[in-house]
Design a protein around this ligand. Structure first.
Ligand SMILES: [Zn+2]
Length: 544
């Protein structure tokens, strides 16, 4: 039977190319909204323009005070003097003239005293204009204050504008240490931060045991988040006001834009560099959450968000957000494991795999993996040398390093593909390699932190379905399984690699390479199954 070789290849390659193009839209940020919209970045920008006129660190007494006064006046204009208060605390050896940290709290009271608390800081670092850090927070909060003023609310909204975050979270820490009464009424915290100036506003951190927090976050428009980030952030020394409230036992979320990390804490963090689309993205996510909280009496229970487990979650595409509990994750892992065993039994019975013959090739492959990671260390060191900056695993900012890293990753992926194509030169070997790739990823999924498990579980699931599809003869089922694996793996992995690069710079290339190569252990065999028609037993030049 002669198979239509070209159409099959064409389908496989088209799906690959379309997947890569689509993956560019996963981290989409919404268009800036005009003034008549519910959250208008156009309006929110006017506050930021005012706030970011001068650098306003705690060391610049006048500018710092001007910004504080501007925020207090604007908030008072919306909420009334009765609902805006100062929470000032003396700090010994504090560099300001007053020797105090000065926080501002605005309140829109609801029927219940239980509150959702929005938090942002008004100090910048020396030299930075603080347009993004933390102008994005201030613009978003003032716009929300304007939107919800004079409304009949079920629950209360707090706007906490903190001082001296950049000094070491001093304002938030003093507030939490002294205002137990106020804090006891807070049911949910949304902290707004910025580490870059553009791109998506990531929801990058949650409180612990975030099951109900994530169920709540599902209401955000254009959610962009990975439980991977929260898992990593939990084991890193972290440094935003959110830490203070999380440690005080509060539930909530933390948002930050991360693209353009070279602007962070420099004069480049200024009004002309920020993005109205990014600002709109903060609003599109946060407003629906505030809206839900203030309009449903079930959130009046201050412990509503307490839960006993974590969620696993990720953004798969624009407005497509996947989340499931830790328990569900375990059930899914077991289900795929059982399915893989069933498929393996069939392969062994029908002699459709070649485990023994593959061992030699496997060693070559393992060598390629180790060599690639070593090469990537060399690459990152080289870029740091060319840019004349010290090498740091999480911070090497060099102009053009994004393109260099992209080319480096593409070159490595092509090399691995070429070696693979030589090693796996029969249909049986493709299946064997796929089986090994799935097993590796499933093993990683069950052993790693729950929040990171999806990164390996999704390819394991898709790979197992593709392996099962390869054992039957219906071409449509094969196309569907192989095509879905290519599409969904790429939609998952490309934005994650991009995000890692944005957050940690070219310094973290070895991590990017390791994640990419592990991911390719399923993607390449499935793509080969799709792209190659095996008319008889073997297609390779040196077939056995
Ligand atoms: Zn900040």
């Amino acid at each position: 039977m002669k198979k239509p070789v070209i159409p099959q290849r064409l389908i496989a390659i088209s799906i690959l190319l379309v997947s890569i193009c689509l993956s560019m839209f996963v981290l989409y940020t919404p268009k800036p909204a005009a003034e008549e919209q519910k959250f208008s970045s156009t309006r929110a920008l006017t506050y930021i323009e005012e706030i970011s006129k001068e650098s306003h660190s705690v060391f610049a007494a006048d500018e710092h005070e001007n910004v504080r006064q501007y925020i207090k006046d604007t908030l008072t204009g919306y909420l009334g003097a009765d609902h805006v208060s100062e929470y000032n605390y003396p700090i010994s050896a504090f560099p300001t003239e007053t020797g105090e940290v000065r926080n501002i709290l605005g309140v829109i009271p609801g029927k219940s005293e239980t509150a959702i608390m929005l938090v942002g800081h008004y100090d910048s670092v020396d030299g930075s204009y603080g347009a993004a850090d933390d102008g994005y927070a201030l613009g978003t909060m003032l716009e929300i204050a304007d939107l919800y003023k004079n409304q009949e609310l079920e629950n209360t909204i707090y706007f906490l504008i903190t001082d001296a975050e950049e000094m070491g979270l001093d304002g938030a820490a003093a507030f939490a240490a002294n205002e137990h009464e106020l804090l006891s009424k807070v049911g949910f915290v949304i902290n707004i931060e910025a580490r870059g100036v553009s791109g998506a506003a990531f929801m990058f951190e949650t409180s612990q045991n975030n099951k109900k927090v994530i169920d709540f976050y599902r209401q955000a428009r254009f959610p962009v988040t990975y439980s991977l980030a929260t898992a990593i952030y939990q084991v890193m020394p972290n440094d935003t006001d959110f830490t203070i409230f999380r440690e005080a036992g509060k539930n909530g979320l933390n948002f930050a834009a991360i693209e353009g990390i070279d602007h962070y804490h420099t004069p480049l963090d200024n009004y002309s560099e920020i993005s109205s689309s990014t600002l709109q993205h903060y609003g599109e996510q946060i407003v629906p959450l505030v809206d839900a909280f203030v309009s449903d009496s079930k959130y009046s229970d201050v412990h509503y968000f307490d839960a006993d487990q974590e969620s696993v979650f990720f953004t798969l595409f624009t407005n497509v957000f996947v989340s499931y509990s830790e328990t569900t994750a375990k059930v899914l892992h077991i289900a795929v494991f059982l399915l893989l065993i069933a498929v393996t039994v069939v392969m062994l019975q029908k002699r459709l795999a070649q485990f023994r013959k593959t061992i030699g090739n496997l060693l070559i492959f393992l060598g390629t993996f180790i060599l690639s990671v070593l090469l990537s260390v060399g690459f990152a060191l080289l870029i740091a040398k060319i840019g004349n900056v010290p090498y740091n695993f999480t911070y090497v900012v060099v102009r053009g390093s994004g393109w260099a890293t992209l080319l480096f990753l593409l070159a490595l992926a092509s090399l691995v593909y070429a070696i693979y194509a030589r090693c796996a030169n029969s249909l049986e070997k493709q299946r064997t390699f796929l089986f090994l790739g799935i097993s590796l990823q499933l093993l990683l999924a069950v052993t790693i932190l729950p929040g990171m498990s999806f990164l390996f579980f999704v390819p394991a699931l898709l790979g197992t379905l593709s392996l099962a599809a390869s054992l039957q003869s219906n071409m449509i089922i094969k196309h569907l399984a192989y095509g879905a694996t290519t599409l969904l793996s790429i939609l998952l992995i490309v934005p994650i690699l991009h995000t890692f690069f944005m957050a940690l710079t070219v310094g973290c290339t070895p991590i990017l390479v390791a994640i990419m190569l592990i991911h390719l252990t399923v993607l390449i065999p499935v793509f080969r199954l799709h792209v190659i028609t095996f008319p008889q037993k073997s297609i390779a030049p040196q077939s056995e």
